[in-house]
Design a protein around this ligand. Sequence first.
Ligand SMILES: *[C@@H]1O[C@H](CO)[C@@H](O)[C@H](O)[C@H]1NC(C)=O
Length: 457
Amino acid sequence: MPRINKTAVLALLTATSSIFLLFQLYYYRQHVSQNGPHIFGRTVHLSGKDTQWKVVKKFMGLVHKYNLPVFLVDTASLSILSQGSMLLKDSLVKEPHCSFLCTNRDFVTFALLGNLWKYDAGLVSAAEEKGFELLEVRGKDPRLVSMDDLSGNEIPLHFLFRLDGYVVHAVVLYERSGNYLWHGLLRLKPNMDRKFAPFRKLDYGQNAGAYDRPELVLTTLDGLDVRIPRNITGFLTEYSQARFLECRYREARSFFQLYPDDVSPEAMDFRMKAKALLHLAARTLTKLHVPFWLSSGTCLGWFRQCSIIPYSKDVDLGIWIKDYRPDITQAFQKAGLPLKHKFGKVEDSLELSFQGLDVKLDIFFFYEETDIVWNGGTQVKSGKKFKYVFPPFSLCWAELMDLKVRVPCETVDYIIANYGPTWDTPVKTWDWKSSPPNVQENGVWPVQEWDEVIQVY
Ligand SMILES: *[C@@H]1O[C@H](CO)[C@@H](O)[C@H](O)[C@H]1NC(C)=O
């Protein structure tokens, strides 16, 4: 089925581009024979779209010349494309025009795969020869930054090609060790022209972003060969939740200067096992399309020390209750992680624990209310219920232990809610029923429900 669709779409696109080429030939003949910008006696105005089209064509020319591995990531263009075949038919009927690459914005965005491309200084002069003004925004290479080395080389993060008031934004994507693509923040240096482009409106650059490597297809759009993500709606969904937070290496280094890291064999062993468990949990939940984030001590470890806290003894994940699926338990069991306990129920205070190799995986389900979110806790011996209350948060990507994982974007608020304002001082004795500042007593499970809501294996 997808194959037939693809063939049909390709045929349609080929037809569109052929008609466009014929029109172009015709246009140029008329243009030349009449020796001026007149066709059929009408004056031709270079409309905004014609300018855009011309600029994109020149940019694509550069792309071919310098083998820049670019693909279309412009959210406005991709939205038009995802709206499907109606528009394609439309563009067949009417005379060819720039339907996809020209939008009502004065810029278009392409991604440039940094690892498939070797920086060529000739690009700058070639762009200038074509009339472009070029702004290159560089930033630190995060792949080289760590707690031991905060310096980091500068690499190109964004290119802006401007011509006739129209901007082509090329955002450079780099492969990171968690096997995902990353782009940096667009941060102008003090001497840069703040009016060069509508920076605040750009799709990419307000934040850093993380993406899975998309499958690309080569297609013809508005008469130009362009690579686009195969699954456009999938890519647009990913775009809407792509914000990436870098670990705070500088602060982590200061933390370790105050509290030296535990490098005992036991601590190293725990970290290795916790890392393996985290990777296994991520694989299992991703297969089920269940989004999760680092919670409690695992989140604190990422935020405070870019690592796993060796004395935490478990790995803690959060999941929205709306994403709960009954087959989660079975999936973990299949992955070699038997259920250790199940507290609460889907409607209230659900919590699952799985037993890994010497390390426990705790999954807390979060319930959303209008101005708070919370997860529940249950004390086995008394049946007492607890409630841990957090301010609402959204999810961002981050990297921990060579893995792309989500964390609450408002990380420090989440951590302060859970650990209080002194979260940056290590505490080794922690009682989950009394230590967290956000814990509230929440009644007792009725005795007749205990078999359901307190399951220990
Ligand atoms: C495209 O992505 C969407 C959203 O992620 C997904 O639901 C859909 O199954 C994907 N389609 C294909 C053909 O892979």
